[in-house]
Design a protein around this ligand. Structure first.
Ligand SMILES: Nc1ncnc2c1ncn2[C@@H]1O[C@H](COP(=O)(O)OP(=O)(O)OP(=O)(O)O)[C@@H](O)[C@H]1O
Ligand SMILES: [Mg+2]
Length: 415
């Protein structure tokens, strides 16, 4: 074979190869175009049920298999997500509490059927401003406050009959959508009504008991004076205890219904402490307990004078009752957060820590037998707490068994 023959042969082979490569390139291009179209359908069209067809080309087939695996996983995750959403929706739909999500502009993002029912709004569609569907200014206020911190309120709806709702709202804390607020609404109408019935009952019963008790007390006094018998003195003692109890119950119900007149003024704490001492002195003398005021001259608080007097009398009554014979009871004052603390300290038996959280509940007594013996019904500290709150303050107690007790109130400063 000549050299020219070789050359021709090589050229022919090269041409054949080129033709083959070109044909293969065309096939691959068509396959790639098909794959791209299918991927569009899956990705852009959301058809996660479709798969890429297998390819005879090894490198392509690896890509299609990986892509198919990816899509399978994506589809499984989407399904899980959808199931979770459906579960959440079912919970939201069947909840008794109303759920509202509002955006920073006060427009509804989500509302469940209970929210629609409680607010008396036929439909709370997404995007609608809440105020357009529910005319409850207090609800808007709470929602606005909840953009920054948790807030709650009780409000009356305008429906017929009106219902009471308790709203608790808090920032949703979604970084992607700042200013969103989650509000939970609960119907507390029945609770409110029962509470009112209970209050009315206590108020009416104590009121009805007052007159007959006064008569019993009066006649028992006459009887005790005239006959001096032990029996008549027992009747008198118990009649007096009963009327104290009735008085306390009446005071508490007036405090709860806020029908007690409270007129805060700037008070000289030392002067009120002296008034309280004068009233409690007979009891203190009988138990040889000394009364000491450590209130600095010129100490001022902002409170209603009769309220502070009643607070101190209740605290002094406890301190004297629980002091040992010959003990010492002291009224103290100290600057407190945004105001002033006025307290009464004794060196009595003290109170175990487990009782402290419940001490201000009505009828709560640590040692029932001992308290009753001392004539207590467990209403004194409940009254103190209510009075403190009505005056914009709060009650507190510190105590250590064996060391004594300090109970008092924090009141707003006199500005
Ligand atoms: N200074 C104190 N030292 C020890 N225990 C106290 C003191 N103050 C209150 N307690 C305990 O707390 C309970 C509740 O006090 P609270 O003043 O409410 O009721 P009370 O004194 O028993 O009755 P009331 O004040 O209605 O006459 C008391 O029964 C007592 O067990
Ligand atoms: Mg008491």
């Amino acid at each position: 074979v000549s050299a020219g023959g070789w050359a021709w042969g090589l050229a022919g082979a090269a041409a054949g190869l080129a033709a083959f490569a070109a044909a293969r390139w065309l096939v691959l291009r068509r396959e790639l175009a098909n794959l791209a179209a299918r991927l569009d359908e899956m990705g852009l069209g959301g058809r996660l049920d479709l798969r890429l067809p297998p390819s005879a080309e090894p490198s392509l087939s690896r890509i299609t298999e990986s892509a198919n695996a990816l899509v399978r996983r994506l589809a499984a995750q989407m399904e899980e997500l959808a199931a979770g959403r459906a579960r959440l929706q079912a919970v939201l739909d069947t909840m008794a509490e109303g759920i509202l999500v509002l955006d920073a502009q006060g427009r509804i993002v989500t509302a469940n059927p209970a929210a629609e029912r409680l607010l008396g709004a036929p439909s709370l569609a997404a995007g609608v401003p809440l105020q357009a569907v529910a005319r409850l200014p207090r609800l808007q206020e709470v929602a606005r406050e909840a953009e920054h911190r948790a807030a709650s309120a009780e409000l009356e709806t305008a429906g017929d009959p009106p219902r009471w709702l308790r709203v608790r709202a808090a920032p949703l804390g979604a970084a992607a959508a700042p200013g969103r607020v989650l509000a939970v609404l609960a119907d507390v109408t029945d609770f409110k009504r029962l509470d009112q019935i209970r209050r009315d009952f206590i108020a009416n019963a104590s009121h009805e008991l007052k007159t007959p008790l006064a008569a019993i007390r009066g006649y028992a006094e006459v009887l005790a004076d005239e006959t001096g018998t032990e029996e008549s003195r027992v009747i008198l003692r118990h009649a007096e205890r009963l009327s104290r109890l009735v008085e306390d119950l009446l005071t508490l119900s007036r405090l709860e219904s806020r029908s007690l007149d409270v007129r805060p003024t700037v008070l000289d704490v030392a002067a009120v402490a002296e008034r309280a001492f004068a009233l409690i002195r007979p009891l203190a003398d009988a138990r040889r307990v000394s009364l000491v005021s450590s209130v600095a001259a010129g100490t001022k608080a902002r409170a209603d004078e009769e309220s502070l007097l009643r607070i101190l009398l209740n605290l002094l009554d406890n301190a004297v009752k629980w002091s040992p014979e010959g003990g010492r009871v002291e009224i103290l004052s100290a600057p407190a957060e945004a105001g002033i603390a006025v307290s009464v300290r004794d060196r009595g038996p003290g109170i175990a820590p487990e009782h402290l959280p419940r001490l201000f509940e009505r009828f709560y007594r640590v040692d029932k037998a001992r308290s009753r013996e001392l004539g207590g019904t467990g209403l004194g500290l409940a009254i103190v707490k209510h009075l403190a709150e009505l005056n914009g303050g709060e009650a507190f107690v510190r105590s250590r068994p064996g060391e004594g007790t300090e109970a008092g109130v924090r009141l707003p400063a006199a500005t």
